[in-house]
Write a protein that binds this ligand. Structure first.
Ligand code: SF4
Length: 212
């Protein structure tokens, strides 16, 4: 990243953090992933049960590895021995002390847009875990809510679909076809407009490109 791109992200990140706080989210901006990791760990109390979902950006800053190695009770569905245990861990995550996730898009006025295949990630954002920790690169921030929904539907979802088997228009062409196919991953779309209770959802904005 050039120094000018960094400067651009720094300015937008600080503005976005203020706008998120105006909606009662807790938010901070970190210029790089090292600072973001330090901040994230400072926001997770020792001994907490910690689960995650849809959290590639958090993975990229090293947060999952740090949680698994640290003084926390990690709920890692990828460690499940069979589908039944995986399902049990997914459900357990809904009552974790801390749920770590990402954002498919953020509007500069402080709203978050996420799309989900099964709905478990959106459920955890809505209610359940005592704290939701969102790690988001500044590549996710766009100027309006309309642009955020468009980003989530036409960039984040088609990129995300490349991780899953099953033919959909976006998997074949890279472009969303607004499908209704069996393998569609865009089954639920959530706009998180405000945080209640205040501070339950915490954002760490990172001045780097993370996730998709
Ligand atoms: S083609 Fe279907 S699965 Fe792909 S992004 Fe569009 S709605 Fe989602």
């Amino acid at each position: 990243m050039t120094q000018w791109e960094q400067k651009y992200y720094d300015k937008r990140g600080q503005l976005l953090a203020r706008n998120l706080e105006s909606r009662h989210f807790q938010a901070c901006y970190c210029a790089n992933r090292q600072d973001a990791l330090e901040k994230a760990l400072a926001w997770i109390p020792e001994g907490s049960s910690v689960g995650w979902g849809g959290a590639l950006s958090a993975q990229q800053i090293g947060l999952m590895d740090a949680v698994k190695a640290g003084p926390y009770r990690a709920i890692d569905r990828d460690m499940a021995k069979d589908p039944q245990e995986r399902e049990r861990l997914v459900r357990q995550t809904l009552l974790a002390d801390v749920f770590i996730t990402g954002a498919n898009a953020l509007s500069m006025d402080g709203q978050m847009v996420n799309i989900d295949r099964m709905g478990n990630r959106l459920a955890a954002i809505n209610y359940g875990p005592k704290t939701v920790l969102v790690i988001a690169g500044m590549n996710k921030a766009v100027d309006s809510l309309e642009a955020a929904v468009t980003r989530a539907r036409t960039i984040a979802a088609p990129m995300n679909k490349q991780r899953f088997d099953g033919k959909t228009p976006c998997e074949i062409t890279g472009v969303c076809g607004d499908c209704k196919s069996e393998e569609c991953i865009c089954n639920q779309i959530l706009i998180t407009r405000r945080c209640r209770p205040g501070g339950r959802i915490k954002f760490i904005l990172v001045g780097e490109n993370l996730g998709f």
